[in-house]
Design a protein around this ligand. Sequence first.
Ligand code: COI
Length: 355
Amino acid sequence: MNSSTTQKLDIHKVASSRIGEVDFNNLTFGSTFTDHMFECDYKDGKWQNPTIKPYGPLTISPAAKVFHYGQAVFEGMKAYKDENGNVWLFRPEENFKRINKSSTRMAIPEFTEDLFFEALTKLVKMDKDWVKPGLGNSLYIRPFVIATQVGVSASPSTEYKFMILMSPAQAYYTGDVRVEIAEHYSRSANGGVGAAKAAGNYGAQFFPTNLARERGFQQVIWTDASDHKYLEEAGTMNVFFRVNDTLLTAPISDRILDGVTRKSVIALAKRDNITVEERPVMVSEIVEAAKDGSLKEIFGAGTAAVISPVSAFSYKETIFELEKQENGFASRFKKELMDIQYNRSEDPFGWRYEV
Ligand code: COI
């Protein structure tokens, strides 16, 4: 259910901006935040007191349900600045729909569309100087919802906080991405929360990803939880395999995140008459394709990471190195996507949203 609010968005501006303290050429992803944030509380069955205020700490009871049961969902989106100083979002309605879908799965009330867009656009406008021009620079936007009701009984919270934070960003992955195919741990299971951007989905990956890191891999390609036969997602991204000139990716299901970058890559590929197969992709077929040379590329697709080529993967202790493709699908889709995002090309799909 969409619980509406009739209240007006309150705005409190900072007395002085912190922007002068930031070294925009040396940003660590997601660790610097802009001057303002958005906050709105759910109480008595409705969203209320929507406010844009100076970025700063919250006071929340240690008994709030989010700390005990992880009732929390989030989104990742970006704002881009073009050469004329105009600021753009990329398919924000997709993020709006998905945060509500994630919320529903986590028994959190849906947020309202009008307020989401009003808060988002006002916030981005207020902090637009934090969006630096230049390909690769962006403002990473993090809407999220947490359960704030006090009480450790294991039941859905009756109170929530919806917030939006913004963080100036450069590349998420720098250098090669080497991945390990999961043979033991899993990210999600049938009927689980894999399709939701639930906070715990990411926390649960940290331990197996640390183990992979110790072995020299930055990310894990998750496989199905039943018998680890099918390739599903890569770390924080959806994953694509190019076998000869066909693009393969796992189909959307209740185990797979319906990624905005994923669906954009599929649309671009189809437009360019590239065959795309959204179907279960077997580990064995990719290993065979790597052996016979028909596996040309693997790349991840996600908002934070954009398109990240995988340079090697390991499976059952064998490492398969992939040849760097200067003009491959990954670099082509990355360029086509970024040209749209940064208003450097036509927008035939209507994906850009001017702030
Ligand atoms: C995103 O691409 O927005 C993500 O969800 C990645 C994030 C966990 C850093």
